[in-house]
Design a protein around this ligand. Structure first.
Ligand SMILES: [Fe+2]
Length: 246
């Protein structure tokens, strides 16, 4: 489901049609206004404004489509567990409240599709029979083991994990850049799904994008975020700050 424009107080629906990520997608609180993310410096310069009482004010992170919740046993920051070929990346950032104060002990949940080997991507946004699509449903690897001999989880839990923010609201992950999968008749751009929970309550559901992905401009869900869901990227180090809405 493609959302367009900046929506406030709406219901966000699942956006991974044709993948396991859609299954179980639930209606979420909306509450986006499209101006919140970026680097810490950008947050200060662009997103922070002055509230009526004169204090700083941050706009909530832009909402995108829904997905799973944190599950027991998946608190982990390193999601590259299976020896797959892929392009490594790290992601870090901070979680803030609407007064621009860091939120400690927030849960940041990240999940994404399987990687593609370096240099391998669809020839175009149209279905490419030569490309093995990135997937969420990993049934084909049901008998696989991780390098340390553990069973590979199937389904959404494969490239999936959650962490708690530290006292400065910081979080960090490492993984392999997700590949591209068909959404209807065209491939979705490479993207991360992310949620933030504060005191157990869901406060942010969004998707994050790499600024250098050639498929960004053809992805309607990417377009719906109007640039507010694009990570900064320095080499293999991505960064993104989040603001928890009400
Ligand atoms: Fe997805």
């Amino acid at each position: 489901m493609v959302r367009t424009g900046q929506l406030v107080g709406v219901v966000a629906l699942g956006g991974c049609e044709g993948t396991g990520a859609d299954e179980g997608a639930s209606a979420d609180q909306g509450g986006s206004d499209g101006l919140d993310e970026g680097s810490e410096d950008e947050l200060g310069e662009d997103a922070e404004t002055t509230s009526e009482d004169g204090g700083p004010s941050c706009a909530p992170s832009t909402e995108q489509t829904a997905g799973p919740f944190p599950q027991d046993g998946f608190e982990r920051s390193a999601l590259d567990l299976y020896g797959h070929e892929g392009v490594p990346f790290t992601l870090d950032g901070q979680v803030f409240d609407e007064q621009c104060q860091p939120i400690a002990d927030a849960v940041v949940l990240l999940w994404h599709a399987s990687p593609s080997p370096p240099g391998v991507r669809p020839a175009s946004t149209a279905p490419d029979p030569e490309y093995v699509s990135a997937i969420y449903d990993h049934e084909a690897q049901a008998d696989a083991e991780t390098p340390d001999g553990q069973a590979v989880p199937t389904g959404e839990q494969m490239y999936y994990g959650w962490v708690r923010t530290d006292a400065a609201g910081r979080y960090a992950f490492s993984s392999l850049r997700p590949g591209w999968y068909l959404n209807g008749a065209s491939y979705r751009t490479s993207h991360l799904h992310l949620r933030v929970f504060v005191d157990g309550a869901l406060r942010v559901t969004t998707q994050l994008y790499f600024p250098d992905d050639e498929f960004n401009d053809s992805d309607g869900i990417f377009a719906s975020c109007e640039g507010a869901c694009t990570m900064s990227l320095d080499g293999d180090a991505a960064s993104f700050d989040l603001v928890a809405g009400p």
